[in-house]
Design a protein around this ligand. Structure first.
Ligand code: SF4
Length: 282
């Protein structure tokens, strides 16, 4: 194999929301040796395993209902008001690592709901962040993933549109255009996180600079799926891996340069691992 130049994208890796949640968790783990976390702290199995080895215990909402008198971390995605109420009832101490960007979005949605607006959220039904947003509206907002799911002719003639923070800006603005073209008056709120949308732009540039791109992400990361597709749209030689063991040497035959990048939930150490693996093929 020809000598390969392998480079990690300096803009990839954890966003500030995830950094904040993991720092909070590690601080408490160092102090007390264990900590409950409601849902995966980050959509990356490798990073979750690393933290579990330090004493992190991932629980779900059913587990939370049976837990009393413990500290429980709320991850960056945030939670609906019902979780805070349950914590009070069960004498739980919540360590709230909800991302400030998500908290602001929750507040805006709650304000819109209290004003009686018809709310539509571009987001993935069932996603933890979306559950937190829906909880601000007594489950009344309509969540959809694609404008094609909506029968535009029967929608209210005036509505308020929000987005889950990790959706693509293209999809948001296409949705807005389709609604406007159908004669709907839309109060549009582009609430896509700039840590995601800026990365979108940066990744397009990064991915075109290499013969092959290896995108590192957990399979459960919505943001990872979006950003992987961004890379593949500009460089068809883009491969998705969750860890170094999944990298195959035949991807690099005839290539002279490889770019490694990842989602806002991909730890830098994992991208370094992948880099080491690719260099070992040389
Ligand atoms: S992607 Fe943005 S909104 Fe989501 S956790 Fe990171 S900083 Fe917060």
């Amino acid at each position: 194999m020809a000598t390969l130049r392998v480079e990690i994208d300096s803009n990839s890796g954890f966003c500030f929301g995830v950094v904040y949640a993991i720092e909070m968790a590690e601080e408490i783990l160092d102090e007390q040796g264990h900590l409950y976390c409601l849902g995966d702290i980050v959509h990356n199995d490798e990073e979750v395993s690393r933290l579990e080895a330090k004493g992190l215990r991932i629980i779900n909402h059913a587990d939370l209902a049976g837990l009393h008198g413990e500290k429980v971390l709320i991850r960056a995605h945030g939670e609906p008001p019902s979780t805070y109420k349950l914590a009070l009832d069960n004498d739980l101490e919540l360590i709230d690592a909800s991302c400030p960007v998500v908290l602001k979005l929750q507040n805006r949605i709650r304000n819109s709901f209290e004003k009686g607006q018809d709310l539509f959220i571009l987001g993935k039904p069932g996603h933890a962040e979306v559950e937190g947003l829906l909880g601000q509206t007594d489950q009344k907002a309509r969540v959809f993933q694609d404008v094609g799911e909506l029968d535009l002719a029967t929608l209210p003639r005036k509505l308020t549109l929000y987005s889950q923070t990790t959706k693509s800006t293209d999809r948001f603005y296409n949705t807005l255009e389709a609604m406007k073209s159908a004669g709907i008056e839309v109060d549009a709120n582009d609430t896509i996180c700039r840590q995601v949308s800026n990365r979108d732009v940066e990744l397009r540039t990064f991915a075109t600079q290499f013969d092959v791109v290896v995108f590192v992400s957990g399979k459960k990361s919505s943001n990872g799926r979006v950003l992987f597709e961004v890379c593949r749209s500009v460089n068809p030689q883009t491969y998705f891996v969750t860890n170094a063991a999944e990298v195959l040497p035949e991807w690099f035959l005839g290539a002279t340069s490889v770019g490694i990048c990842g989602a806002t939930s991909t730890p830098m150490w994992l991208m370094e691992d992948v880099k080491g693996q690719i260099e070992s093929f040389g």
